[in-house]
Design a binder for this molecule. Structure first.
Ligand code: HEM
Length: 507
């Protein structure tokens, strides 16, 4: 018999143990080996929680996280996956423990299309990635380099405005999304290859690659689907890669030949291929840059730059047309700062605070990469009290962060750029409720370029033209549904009629 003094605590302990065991039986995942695992919906055999992703996984995960919390566990096929859904936990992953989450999983697409993951985006975190990132940051995407391409952007945007002016003169309905796509593609491709006539169809090949990269590849989650190529994707990946590679070879050979012919190219005509070729085989160690590395970087730059920029400008225009008050306020700012006699110059951008707020508000509601490209955890770690095993895939739901009512107040669903007024929230990745370019070591290296191209193009569209929807279409009819892929564009193209509004001839 237990002494009376101990009997009551022992009984209490027994009751407690019983309650705990029942709780563990009901939710066996949450505690194992003394570890507390993140909660999440129960996975099915083989597919795990794949069936719960729906057409728009960021939205499905948003709904699930309301029930399971900001560190949620899913099993995608056989891949343990953690979804991060609050600014506090995002900070733990992207700042406090950044190095543990700085790797990316290798996917079939990155293996077969992106030169066995030899670029930047889909590369594991290691000395190879650090070297490639350094090369990109110092040689291609730093501020002086971004500025050196300003004349190119100005020329392409000038052509873009001229073509819209023609449509305006004939009151044509313009496919604004397509036009934005063209000007962004022209700008990015010219920066990469220089002025070219695209006789090999590299733009279309790049489009094919971008489309394939966005397909949900079940082989990444259920190995036998990949091994037997049941979706037929591996065949398509290899075919797209081969075609793209053949054209790249020709373009690179062309550049090598012209480099031999002309010792000195003018600074303005130097493109990314020239810059990268000048670094080829410079060092003798394992980090020497080879032609394959160059091709992989060029492809990753296309993957990183094209669709993100197009969809950013497109969503901005769609939101502005839906919100005439905001459009008018932005046009007034442009009128006051730039005047009605000329187009916007890049030098004007820092003097346009409302334009900056509009762009941020669009990024908040429509982040181009709503789940950020996946990270992979490189060691066992505990986040917010939850154990996360090495090799888990980690998704930061940037779309949810932009809708956190604690951070953005109850009107978080509204398009209201003024919410950024008098705040120090910027796009650089240290405000964890707002991560359009990600954060930490893997933050977007093209951020400066993106933060120049997007507002420059947008400002031009808004300053040079008034926009109205086609006859019979009202703002309520605008379909704002998203499509999930590598980025998250609108499913419908934006159609509108421009009216030219500048007074003098465009300079
Ligand atoms: C509006 C434009 C853009 C947006 C919104 C955007 C967004 C992003 C995001 C969210 C990431 C993932 C960051 C993370 O995991 O923390 C990323 C990565 C990346 N972006 Fe961008 N991006 C844009 C433009 C560009 C441009 C113009 C380039 C290149 C010229 C570029 C190249 C890359 C690359 C190479 C990575 C991979 C970085 C790594 O994994 O180490 N991006 N971008």
């Amino acid at each position: 018999m237990l002494p009376q003094a101990l009997a009551i605590p022992a009984l209490l302990l027994l009751i407690l143990l019983f309650i705990l065991s029942v709780a563990l039986l009901l939710n066996p995942k949450e505690h194992k080996n003394g570890r507390k695992y993140p909660p999440g919906p129960k996975p099915l055999p083989i597919i795990g929680n794949l069936h719960q992703l729906g057409k728009l996984p960021h939205r499905s995960m948003h709904e699930l996280s309301k029930k399971y919390g900001p560190v949620m566990s899913l099993k995608l096929g056989k891949v343990p996956t953690i979804v991060i859904s609050s600014p506090e936990t995002a900070e733990l992953v992207l700042k406090t423990h950044d190095i543990v989450f700085a790797s990316r999983p290798i996917t079939q697409a990155s293996k077969y299309i992106c030169y066995d993951s030899k670029g930047i985006i889909f590369t594991e975190y290691n000395s190879y990635w650090r070297n490639m990132m350094k090369l990109c940051m110092f040689e291609l995407l730093n501020m002086p380099k971004v500025q050196s391409f300003a004349p190119l952007r100005r020329e392409e945007v000038g052509l873009f405005v001229e073509s819209l002016k023609k449509s305006a003169a004939s009151r044509e309905v313009v496919n604004v999304s397509e036009k934005i796509g063209d000007v962004v593609e022209n700008t990015v491709h010219r920066m990469i290859w220089g002025k070219f006539d695209d006789k090999f169809g590299v733009k279309q090949l790049a489009r094919d690659v971008l489309l394939l990269m966005g397909v949900l590849d079940l082989g990444d989650y259920i190995p036998w689907v990949g091994a037997f190529d049941l979706q037929g994707l591996v065949r398509r990946f290899k075919k797209a890669h081969k075609k793209f590679d053949e054209v790249l070879e020709i373009i690179i050979k062309d550049h090598e030949a012209s480099a031999r012919l002309t010792d000195q190219k003018s600074v303005q005509s130097i493109d990314f291929v020239d810059i990268l070729l000048s670094h080829m085989h410079q060092s003798k160690d394992k980090h020497a840059i080879t032609k394959t590395n160059i091709k992989a970087i060029l492809l990753d730059i296309i993957i990183g730059a094209v669709d993100t920029t197009i969809m950013s400008v497109d969503w901005n225009m769609a939101e502005l047309i839906r919100h005439p008050r905001v459009m008018k306020k932005l046009q007034d700012e442009l009128k006051n700062v730039v005047g009605m006699g000329r187009m916007v110059e890049e030098a004007d951008l820092p003097k346009l605070p409302y334009l900056d707020m509009v762009m941020k508000e669009t990024f908040r509601l429509h982040p181009p990469a709503p789940l950020l490209p996946p990270r992979e955890c490189t060691e066992d770690i505990t986040i917010n009290g939850y154990f996360i095993a090495k090799k888990s895939r980690v998704l930061v739901n940037s779309w949810t962060l932009g809708r956190d009512p604690k951070m953005w107040s109850d009107n978080f669903e509204d398009f209201y750029p003024e919410r950024f007024h008098n705040t120090d929230i910027d796009s650089h990745g240290h405000n964890y409720q707002f991560l359009p370019f990600g954060s930490g070591r893997r933050r977007c290296p093209g951020m400066l370029l993106g933060l120049t191209t997007v507002p420059f193009l947008l400002a031009q569209l808004v300053h040079c033209f008034n926009w109205e929807l086609p006859p019979g279409v009202s703002t309520d009819d605008m379909d704002m549904t998203e499509e999930f892929g590598l980025t998250t564009p609108r499913t419908q193209n934006l159609l509108a009629i421009p009216t030219y509004r500048l007074i003098k001839k465009v300079n």
